[in-house]
Design a protein around this ligand. Sequence first.
Ligand code: ADP
Length: 780
Amino acid sequence: MINQETLILLVEDDLDYAELVRRAFAADHRRFQLTIANSLAEARDCIAESNPSLIIADLRLPDGLGTQLLSPGREGRTIPLVVMTGHGDEAAAVDAIKAGALDYLVKSQEVLTDLPRIAERCLREWLNIGRLQAAERAQVESDKRFRLLFENAKDAIVIFDLDGTINDLNHETELMSGFSKEELIGRQSILHLTPTSAQLVRERMQQWLSGEKIPPVIQIEGVRKDGSIAHVEGRTQFIHDLEGNIVGYQGIFRDITERWDAEVSLSRLSHENAVMAEIGRIVNSSLDIEDVFQRVGSEVGRVIPFDRLTINRINKENETVTNTYVAGIHIPELSTGQSFELEGSSNAVAVSTKAVQRIQPQDEEELTNLFPGMVTAYRAGLKSFLLVPLISQGEVVAMMRLQSCDANAYSEDDVRLGELVGSQIASAIANAHLYSEIQNLARFPSEDPNPVARVSANGIIMYANDPANTILADRGLKVGEPTSEYWQEMVEGVLADGTSKEVEIEFGTRIISVSLIPVPEAGYVNIYGRDVTDAKELDRMKDEFVSTVSHELRTPLTSIKIAAEILLNHDDDDPETRLEFLEIIDRESDRLSRLINDVLDISRLESGEMPWQLEEVDFGDVVRESVDGIQVLLTQKDLAMEVDLDSDLPLLWIDRDRLIQVVTNLLSNAIKFTPEGGKVRINAKKVDADDSDGLNEKLEVRVSDSGIGIEIADYETIFQKFKQVGDGVVNKPQGTGLGLPICKEIVEYSGGEIWVESTPGKGSCFYFTVPVSVKKYRLK
Ligand code: ADP
């Protein structure tokens, strides 16, 4: 409401008209205060003095135009101006409005009486304009302030359209992502998100847009423009228009990479410490080094990933390396107990430098040039190697080898961890070494398991350890008394010659090789015995094998020879007889070639000369191929064949053809020893290996039949060469007696076992296990 203080300045040179206006205002209830000026100059004084709220001025005044009063008044405030004109001067009035006058009036009687009301309306209008302008100014101000906040925010702020495209962003966003504003606008994300994060964001947006409740903060991982990884924490907020419709959303992101890295390395560190402590505990709890290796092996895998772990003993004296512990992927050529030359091997480098070696070749060629000895492992699928020398008393005594199927699997960090683990294990080796040294010292010669004795030049037994005493007692001799005449002669002989001599003696079922070593200067002979029974047995078996093979080969050969001679010499025989002899030749030559193949196989297997092609093998394929091969035999005997394999069988790591040979052998045996109308079955399932390291899984295969069965007493025998049991007359001509020994060699070489269970008269069950392929022993 206009208050009573409101001062109106009338500028009018026509004094009569001015008087009329004064009256009109005086008569009005609005109680405006009216001041009258007759010229521009007078008006200016008045404005300076009293600062009126409204000026009503005649357009044409003696000293100029009324619109000249439009310049700001006191305190720079603009005073609203209404101009008055006479009739016919409207064009000039319009100019006045353009120049900034609030309104114009054409002088008339009605206007005159109505002037106070018009003044009130003009003032109200002016007030509204002022408010509007203020509001506009405030809006601009607030926009400016917002932009300032937006740009200077310490968080990246991004405005997204509803479809998820970036519409605007602040400077911090550019800093955080490394991308410029131009590069980011129109994209969907400020970073190249990792697939997991991208998925996370998608799901979150879907839930959010469909009105579901979502956690306020999301953590995502992505790649900046420079390729570095960023961890970002983000929150989102809808943006509404004036009507309250959602038109987009705003994302606020904070870079938490540093915090994240710190958290990750902290948790990794505490995990490493826990594992190291556990390794330390194992190392200190046992003096048995093999036991330590086994238990440490699975712990190591919790900090450094591996697919295969070996520990090699380095033997400085004869410059060899021996695998003492192996876990993970099975590589027959590199299994436990195998020895290699140290010279030229990767071990040699680690031995001489005493430092962890990281070997991660780009391809087989590179590795062949570097360390040809490692190619076998490379071909078996291992691509990265970490060699950790285990040092005891300044010497590399063993080498721990971590191997991974991934290329470039090992980082600098793993090298550091390897050093830590290595030093832990090395102290265990030192302990165990000391222990066994003490043991050996204490044992020699009194606790030597082999007989040791000493006889003086005059034939008196001076000393004998326990095993030697037992042998002496058996022959009625003892320490302190003369030995037998036979031994006395020999003692004299070697002392006279000054050279040692070896003889063999029998003791019960054992054969002992005895060395007599003269010590002439002391006047006695040291006698060392060694049990060679097993070595002799091995020799005997070799001889027996050769003679059995020649015998087995000669049998079919003789038949062939005779049949051929008959055919040659009796060309007058009837066709039926001739056919009979030809059939003999055909059958016997088949048997001969089977025999030769089997003999070749078994001897190559036994001597380790069989070439192995290891690969990932699907057991289902192997069964299909084997069953195809024996289909004819099944049909001939009218046998039912049932195959029952678990659906989730793991892949195997084995020589495919050799495995087919095993399955085919077992199936043909089952068919051979099962009467017509019977049934043959093969099943396979995955089983946990009962290995002490607990790392491997195995496949267990069972081939069963409803045939004649096998006596318990023969369970072992049938796996020996040329051993055929049961009713020899029926089976002998068909088999070679080498099928099962071949199976046994193949299965055991591949890292499995084979055995039989049977009920005579009801049927037999042959079982075998084989290791499954690459299993990662990784931190879960
Ligand atoms: P062969 O060539 O004689 O089959 P193997 O080494 O395969 O030689 O088998 C040795 C012996 O084991 C056979 O001669 C037979 O006496 C016995 N045998 C093998 N498989 C079976 C079976 N499924 N049922 C009964 N006896 C079997």
